[in-house]
Design a protein around this ligand. Sequence first.
Ligand code: NAD
Length: 483
Amino acid sequence: MVSRVIPVEVFDLVIFGGTGDLARRKILPGLYRRFLAGQLPEGMRIIGAARTDFDDAGYRSFVNDAICEFVKPSKHDKERIKEFVENIHYLAVDAMGESGWTELAALMRPGVIRAFYFSVAPRLFGPLAERLHEYEIADADSRIVVEKPFGRDLETAKALNGVLAESFDEHQIYRIDHYLGKETVQNLMAVRFGNVLFEPLWNSQYVDHIQITVAESVGVGGRGSYYDKSGAIRDMVQNHLMQLLCLIAMEPPSDFEPDAVRDEKLKVIRALDPVDQADIVRGQYRGDDDVASYLEDAENEDSTTESFIAMKLGISNWRWKGTPIYLRTGKRLRDRTSEIAVVFKDPPHSIFGPQEGRRGNVLVIRLQPNEGMNLRVTIKEPGPGGMRLIEVPLDMSFAEALADGDDIPDAYERLIMDVMRGNQTLFMRGDEVEAAWAWTDPIIEAWEKARTKPVPYDAGSSGPDDSLMLLHRDGRRWREIKA
Ligand code: NAD
């Protein structure tokens, strides 16, 4: 396979929150893997910045430990790790105060791309942007990477966009939604727009409905009190599921330039119908002998926050009018699996008799586990005995299809490299985030006003029975939640 990797210019990457959980589990191990792949340029530097009092040696040892814990053992090469950490530095900086900023300014090198990763609590995003500007640490070429959550409603998202805009232009702001960095998500665009096969069928004339499922088997324990303030709609739907929906439903952009793609995604969000409360099911998991209930995990026995949500959406445009989109996401479900299923209509007529050959095709795009795609097709059951039809999946697991399949980069790695290349295609633009909140806010307001409570569901199940009804009443059914 000929690889055409776009080279990256020399950079300084400052990770605010460089001692935090995300940096330890994802960002630093991801950078090491890109280093091993030969994609980090000679002379690059990674600068951890947080409140902890480390010196360079202390932080290098922290990074070494993070690599040993979160990179698979076959890639633990002592010499290579040593070479990698030589590029790493550390500075104690207070996002809310003045300490460390002059030192950080002095550390910057002229003529080198500067990127600042805000891997800290969202309340620090604004103060960090302000100080980078005030201390003249960021220049016109600099980039900031902003983690989720980006606001908790339209008002707070607008306020945050406003604060960032005081110090940075939109082309410098990289709002992360790590779902966009997943291999399969990008493959969704490649499959749609790189083949003639699907696009003519990709509309309400041929697509019966679309299901998007992001199911987790774990509960919210550990971050229960944080989660209790957001719930599934803020934590998953407004961002990750909305982004998947946009990529599935958008019109072909004129090219693969960031704004061309993001313009089309924005149009999808703006074309979403308001959601009727009758088309929403909210759930909360019960506990059992082995696992705690949501209320116990959230340490809030009166919580009305949902750990599960299913909803039916409509898109009012020529392509999709009449094709419902069903979204579903939740915790403590049967399996950990994320997939998008495009369910095509049944063939209009069966030449094989009434019972045969009448099931539509289904294209399943699997995000996890086993990233890949499969297409359900109808074939003849092998052997004599007449024309009996069966359905089989045309299966493509990326790990098998690609030469070095088990080396698919993690979403964070890909996104960080895109920041360095200055490519914003896989990052959310400010107006996209605001449009998603403008759609979400009335949904939340309506259930807050009606004081609706989530319905309980069993841990390890597929969610509340009411969510099955959401499809049954339309003569459809959810795909099984199965890894
Ligand atoms: P964390 O609490 O583990 O780490 C926070 C970091 O911020 C630490 O390095 C801490 O030293 C630093 N910090 C705190 N106050 C500071 C200050 N005043 N000045 C400078 N540094 C300060 O948090 P995390 O889990 O790593 O999350 C970081 C961000 O990433 C958050 O916005 C979170 O929502 C987002 N995020 C995290 C994950 C994850 O898996 N951890 C996933 C998605 C998004």
